[in-house]
Design a protein around this ligand. Structure first.
Ligand SMILES: C[S@@+](CC[C@H](N)C(=O)[O-])C[C@H]1O[C@@H](n2cnc3c(N)ncnc32)[C@H](O)[C@@H]1O
Length: 254
């Protein structure tokens, strides 16, 4: 398979993985605070599978999504842009949401300060992110364990451990009454294990990840291929199990 084809396949697998999320599954902590008529902003909306559920909750209020790599979403105004520099005036939104975005940016506080700027008085914000600080993983041999270390290194320059800080960061950004929660995502059925194993196996074949890991001297290309194969084999084990924390927080603009 060519480099471009591998990259395209990896991107489309990642998008399919994200597109399985819904407002009910990933924004249940925010839904009770949404009301019809609110103007809602979804930061890093991606394929929009969560956004459409949020949009339904605030209709007839309008929903805007912003993403650096935007895709059209039914019934939502999608804007191309960086959440660190929002192209909206102060006091524009009654509700703001961000799912699985802050872990990907170098400065999550800068994004939340921008969110605070565009939040109207009384607005609610709900943010949710995985925290990669520890997972329950079985079985895990030396190759799998080493692959997890490489995966952590590959996230350097972003914010993989932001989950536990959400409540703190919302407060730092100027929101009040921040409440934090956590849920565990688990991969413990044949389909779930297959999904996470193919997602993780593809990470160690993703050209940009391979180039970086090799250039940094973290692993050779052959070792990364061994890690990818180990994850594929992991996904075929009848007793494989993986669980990870997802942290959530809501807060308000005074
Ligand atoms: C893991 S996806 C999550 C998508 C969606 N929120 C969800 O939970 O299904 C992360 C999204 O954030 C977007 N993103 C990353 N950095 C961003 C930034 N600085 N500003 C806006 N969007 C960003 C990516 O393009 C991607 O669509």
């Amino acid at each position: 398979m060519s480099l471009q084809a591998t990259q395209a396949e990896s991107t489309s697998r990642r998008r399919r993985h994200h597109a399985g999320r819904t407002a009910e599954s990933h924004a249940a902590f925010l839904l009770p605070h949404l009301r019809p008529g609110m103007a809602l902003l979804d930061l890093g909306c991606g394929p929009g599978s969560i956004t459409v559920g949020l949009a339904a909750a605030v209709a007839p209020g309008g929903t805007t999504g912003i993403d650096v790599d935007p895709e059209p979403i039914d019934g939502v105004t999608v804007v191309a842009g960086d959440a660190t520099h929002l192209p909206f005036p102060d006091d524009s939104f009654d509700a703001i949401h961000a799912s699985a975005v802050l872990q990907h940016v170098p400065d999550p506080l800068a994004v939340l300060r921008e969110a605070r700027r565009v939040a109207r008085p009384g607005a609610v914000i709900g943010v949710v992110d995985a925290d990669w600080d520890g997972e329950l993983l079985y079985p895990a041999d030396d190759v799998i364990r080493r692959s997890m270390e490489i995966a952590r290194k590959l996230r350097e320059g972003t914010s993989p451990f932001v989950g536990k800080q959400l409540r703190h960061l919302l407060t730092e950004a100027g929101f009040v009454r921040a409440e934090g929660f956590a849920r565990v995502t688990h991969h413990g059925t044949v389909d779930e294990v297959a999904g996470v194993s193919s997602f993780t196996a593809s990470l160690f074949r993703y050209p940009a990840a391979v180039d970086r890991a090799v250039a940094e001297g973290w692993a050779t290309a052959a070792e990364l291929e061994e890690m990818s194969l180990a994850w594929t084999a992991w996904g075929e084990q009848p007793g494989a199990f993986l669980a990870r924390f997802w942290c959530e927080a809501v807060a308000w603009a005074e």
